[in-house]
Design a binder for this molecule. Structure first.
Ligand code: BGC
Length: 719
């Protein structure tokens, strides 16, 4: 018998509904309308023991296994934090050789911190999140927020400087931006990864106050303000236990005290023991050094679970946390953001971060900005003028879509009417004396722009090792002397992190700190040099005159002090990290924390302390800033507190707020910085809590930790 047309339609509809079940037939975990916790429990209940194990360890360098019958896709992780790293491997750490994995290379973290602009942090995070989605990633391994304790740490360039408040605010913006794109950020390295020397084994001994007040706040901000979904444990140990399986850090502080609901992953090969991983808060084991089934959280864990030696509830908790991050980033949902790669908008963010992050440290007699119309010949000297940095530094390196080096930026900015000559000046291997040619170039020019500093070679600003000293390498101190002697109008531009500069600083009229300014760095730098951009960056870390002045080194060979003795480093300076040290000990730095010049000047006036209450701000510091010059510019107003009669010793100054204000010439703006009770508190180890005791506080506002313009007394009453 023939089927009627109607019967055929009914049959077709029935078939279609089996292939595409209507929304209400979806499982709970597939239903985006369900509360996340219901979805987590539903999916968890469908996993076998073996499948649960598959969720909590790597199945390649940057992935975890798919579980196809439940629609759990392979999860892709990637570095972080300056953009989306190129694809690696599959069997080595070398490039996979793809041609579709170029991406936008943002300036290094320390440059982002130097902008003191949390909105820019958000925009950078958002752009990287979009690129990560376009590259099919799920979790991005950044930002890095370890505090700059010693100038020598090989990864200082990746991090956000020496101050817990600044690092916390900047990473919050970044994380919110990145996670708005259906990507999980992964703040790292939790905690105390403040040196690369012996990073895999070194045991950190730090007192509880320094831990709480200096080394943890940025992580806490990432969790509680940024809402970060993933945290990476550090390689090193804290008080004798590795950080990736450290009960105190992971279970007690991160999860219990701070209420973190996301996942903790290990740094690559940072796990060391099955039981400790199982019990002490690690939720995802990553690494490479051995077969993936031999990972502590793979077969060894499964064995102990099956033998009843470890509770399955512990495994379930780890899986829950992994699934929660998947749901938070909409892994199972239609309409997950698909991102975009190498867009003009992302390149504009990279440029803006560089423009706002470059710091003008010296500018005698208005040497800068340069007036192109008045120049015939510019000598650009120094190897960093042509060096590309974006790919360097190890795991944070980016295969940049393009990279404008300083020379290219300068040449393109000055156009055809100015003659630009270039001389390398110093050779990396010291093989040729290039100084003579550089001196000749300097003599032939109206102005010299010297591009030196550090680079990402091992032993400088690079993961896996620390610097040996804080000096300029390749004989640059002597070279700068010769160049200035040949042409006093020498502008020094340093890339990299801080170096000693006492040997020549008095001789040069102008100095810029350009860090690693990313793929648009050359354009940004040229903008600053020629006045299209008015510099507004401020130092996120103190530049000491000499290494021996800095807290981790001033205590000399005190047992355990940097870089450690017999595998232990003791943070003998305690709370006095960065400007907290220099100010308290009255040691004059080369440039103080928060310092940076502008092509205009700012006046501060009328500080008022407006009382509030505990529900809002206890007090709001309000003051006026005026752009007193004739160029538009931005000032980073900083607010510090000083407690008069502390029960326990406190540093001379502590940053508790800041605001970047953009002002037209002559414009005045009122700045308000709220201070809540926690701004006045210190950590009391005896009470195991933060305490704001009734006392007199000095509230100080100014342009750097060394330039307080306004101050007033505030009396903190008891509750
Ligand atoms: C680094 C991490 C990085 C990981 C993956 C480790 O060596 O410490 O920061 O995310 O490698 O590349």
């Amino acid at each position: 018998m023939k089927s009627s047309p109607l019967a055929l339609v009914v049959l077709a509809l029935a078939l279609a509904s089996r292939l595409n079940p209507p929304a209400e037939a979806a499982e709970i975990y597939q239903d985006a309308a369900q509360p996340v916790e219901n979805r987590v429990e539903d999916l968890l209940s469908r996993l076998t023991l073996e499948e649960k194990i598959a969720v909590i360890h790597a199945d390649s360098k940057f992935t975890t296994a798919a579980i196809p019958h439940l629609g759990i896709p392979r999860r892709w992780l990637d570095d972080g934090p300056h953009g989306v790293r190129e694809d690696i491997g599959p069997d080595t750490w070398n490039s996979a050789g793809r041609t579709d994995d170029f991406s936008t290379a943002m300036p290094a973290g320390i440059c982002l911190a130097a902008t003191w602009n949390p909105d820019l942090g958000f925009r950078e995070g958002e752009a990287i999140g979009q690129e990560a989605r376009a590259r099919g990633k799920d979790i991005m391994l950044g930002p890095g927020v370890n505090i700059l304790r010693t100038p020598l740490c090989g990864r200082n360039f990746e991090y956000l400087g020496e101050d817990p408040w600044l690092s916390g605010v900047m990473c919050t913006g970044y994380i919110r931006g990145e996670q708005s794109q259906d990507i999980s950020s992964c703040v790292k390295h939790f905690a105390l990864n403040n040196q690369e020397f012996e990073r895999g084994t070194i045991n950190v001994e730090v007192d509880e106050r320094a831990l709480r007040e200096i080394y943890l706040p940025a992580f806490q901000a990432a969790v509680q303000q940024g809402g970060v979904w993933s945290v990476m444990g550090a390689y090193n140990q804290l008080r004798g236990q590795h950080c990736c399986e450290n009960d105190y850090l992971l279970n007690k502080i991160l999860k219990e005290e701070w209420g973190f609901k996301g996942l903790v992953m290990s740094d690559w090969d940072g796990a060391h023991d099955t039981r400790e991983c199982a019990l002490n808060g690690l939720d995802l084991e990553m690494g490479t050094e051995k077969k993936y089934e031999d990972y502590y959280l793979s077969q060894p864990y499964l064995k102990l679970l099956k033998a009843g030696e470890l509770p399955v509830a512990g495994l379930d908790e780890k899986v829950r946390r992994n699934l929660r991050v998947m749901f938070a980033t909409h892994v199972f949902d239609a309409g997950r953001k698909t991102g975009s790669l190498n867009t003009a908008a992302h390149q504009a963010v990279a440029r803006r971060v560089a423009e706002e992050g470059i710091v003008l440290l010296k500018n005698d007699n208005g040497t800068l900005p340069l007036d192109v119309a008045k120049l015939k010949t510019i000598a650009v000297i120094g190897e960093n003028a042509t060096r590309l940095h974006a790919h360097g530094g190890d795991s944070s390196g980016i295969k940049a879509f393009y990279e404008i080096n300083p020379l290219a930026g300068i040449v393109s900015r000055v156009g055809k009417n100015v003659n630009v000559i270039y001389s390398e000046g110093y050779a990396k291997d010291g093989s040729a004396d290039l100084a003579e040619r550089a001196v000749a170039a300097a003599k032939a020019a109206d102005v010299v722009i010297y591009l030196g500093g550090l680079n990402h070679d091992k032993g400088f600003d690079c993961e896996g090792a620390d610097r040996k000293d804080m000096k300029l390498p390749y004989g640059q101190d002597g070279l700068i002397h010769k160049i200035v002697a040949a042409n006093p109008k020498t502008i020094v531009v340093l890339e990299g992190t801080m170096v000693e500069m006492d040997a020549w600083l008095g001789k040069v009229p102008a100095l810029l700190q350009a860090w690693y300014p990313g793929m648009e760095g050359g354009n940004a730098l040229a903008g600053v040099l020629f006045g299209d951009v008015n510099p507004s960056g401020k130092l996120p870390a103190t530049f000491p005159k000499r290494l021996a002045d800095s807290p981790a080194h001033a205590l000399g060979d005190a047992p355990g002090n940097y870089p450690g003795t017999n595998g232990t480093v003791t943070y003998a300076e305690g709370l006095l990290v960065g400007y907290r040290w220099y100010d308290t000990k009255h040691i004059e730095p080369q440039f103080p924390f928060g310092f940076g010049l502008s092509y205009t000047t700012f006046e501060y006036a009328n500080l008022k302390l407006i009382p509030g209450d505990d529900t809002n701000a206890l007090v709001t510091a309000q003051f006026e800033i005026k752009n007193a010059g004739n160029r538009a510019g931005a000032e980073v107003a900083q607010l510090y507190i000083h407690e008069q009669n502390p029960a326990l010793p406190r540093p001379e100054k502590e940053l508790k707020g800041f605001k970047k204000v953009f002002l037209q010439p002559g414009e005045t703006r009122t700045v308000s910085i709220p201070l809540n009770r926690s701004a006045f508190s210190y950590y009391d180890p005896a009470r195991k809590s933060w305490v704001a005791q009734p006392d007199e506080f000095e509230i100080e506002a100014g342009g750097s930790s060394g330039d307080i313009r306004l101050h007033d007394q505030f009396t903190l009453a008891g509750k």
